[in-house]
Design a binder for this molecule. Structure first.
Ligand SMILES: Nc1ncnc2c1ncn2[C@@H]1O[C@H](COP(=O)(O)OP(=O)(O)O)[C@@H](O)[C@H]1O
Ligand SMILES: [Mg+2]
Length: 333
């Protein structure tokens, strides 16, 4: 296994305080390794964006981080992102980690040329770079994402949606960050474009060596492009595995349901059936395993005890973990 670059441990996020607080992220422990593409999948409302906003400390109120640590291992040393000052955070966010959030392609400023917007980012974070070096960096980055030099002076409205999206990836990479987080970087429905972006990121990652956390509700995309996948349900990670293992041999009934909800682009065909019922309402979270009301295999214990994520007794493999009470899926006692 490669060395860790971001270690999220026992991370909790609530919306609101006190008795009315909604528990959106619960006890998430997740590690991103250097140079890997880690996919995070789960239905809408499972807490994926809340986790991404939380670990980068961009959570808007009433979001509150109510526990956990996020250790970032930089070439210069390791530190807990939760303890950074505002000034340190600003540097961490662009230079070390860059984030493209849901709907980001609409966040390009319509009145400025894309070259200007890119140069502004470089100028703000690397003020010592000469104007020539900045222009060269911007041009190089746009070329890398497939935008030719003659389009550099275009305004956002002069570009197609796909090109604007590539500009956003270029912006995210222009400071050569260690970590790139993409949270459903196109609209929820536009999976074709997400696929293009993910393919491009995987290719760039090989050349530039950054790590990617790619968030989507579409598991089939991740099966195809990511090294590992974490599945989120009701604010918790319920399964984590190498993509190929998850696809061939998923252990959590929810992962199984998600795999059957999206047509796979490669590999053997599966019957599409989806998951009956709907995601839990955080205000009235089911007791025990929050998936139990929708689970075809649930038994008594599932409605009373919360299963913790751990390596299951039936798979002697530390790269696999699952949170489920079914036989063989509980940890070795
Ligand atoms: N500002 C907010 N106030 C209260 N609840 C919120 C807020 N934002 C998100 N939530 C709740 O947190 C849960 C997780 O949301 P989110 O992280 O956006 O999920 P995902 O990205 O997986 O779709 C949802 O149930 C949502 O209703
Ligand atoms: Mg989201």
């Amino acid at each position: 296994m490669r060395e860790p670059v971001l270690e999220i441990k026992n991370f909790h996020v609530d919306y609101g305080l006190g008795a009315d607080a909604v528990q959106a992220v619960r006890d998430v422990t997740l590690t991103l390794h250097r140079g890997e593409v880690l996919g995070l999948a789960g239905e809408s409302g499972s807490g994926k964006s809340t986790l991404a906003y939380g670990v980068t400390r961009l959570l808007p109120p009433p979001g509150v981080i109510s526990g956990g640590s996020v250790v970032y291992h930089s070439p210069g040393g390791s530190y807990d992102v939760m303890t950074l000052t505002d000034a340190e955070l600003r540097k961490f966010r662009w230079a070390e980690t860059s984030i493209v959030f849901q709907g980001a392609m609409n966040s390009l400023n319509p009145v400025h040329k894309i070259s200007t917007q890119m140069l502004d980012v470089i100028k703000a974070h690397e003020p010592d770079l000469s104007p020539q070096a900045r222009t060269a960096r911007a041009a190089e980055m746009l070329k890398l994402v497939g935008i030719s030099a003659d389009r550099m002076d275009a305004y956002p409205h002069q570009l197609s949606g796909g090109m604007r999206q590539r500009v956003m990836i270029g912006m995210a990479l222009v400071l050569q960050p260690q970590i790139v987080i993409m949270d459903e970087p196109t609209t929820a429905l536009d999976v074709v474009m997400q696929r293009q972006i993910l393919a491009q990121l995987v290719e760039l990652r090989e050349r530039l060596g950054f790590s990617v956390l790619f968030i989507t509700h579409d598991l089939s995309l991740l099966v195809e492009f990511s090294d590992r996948i974490a599945i989120m349900y009701g604010g918790r990670i319920v399964e984590e595995a190498r993509s190929s293992d998850l696809y061939k041999d998923s252990l959590h009934p929810y992962s199984e349901g998600l795999l059957k909800s999206f047509p796979a682009l490669r590999g053997p065909r599966r019957e599409l059936s989806g998951i009956p019922g709907s995601p839990p309402d955080l205000r009235g979270m089911p007791t025990g395993c929050s998936f139990h009301p929708r689970c075809p295999h649930a038994f008594d214990r599932c409605s009373t005890d919360i299963p913790l994520l751990a390596t299951p007794s039936s798979r002697n493999d530390p790269t696999r973990s699952v949170a489920c009470w079914l036989p063989g899926r509980t940890p070795v006692a």
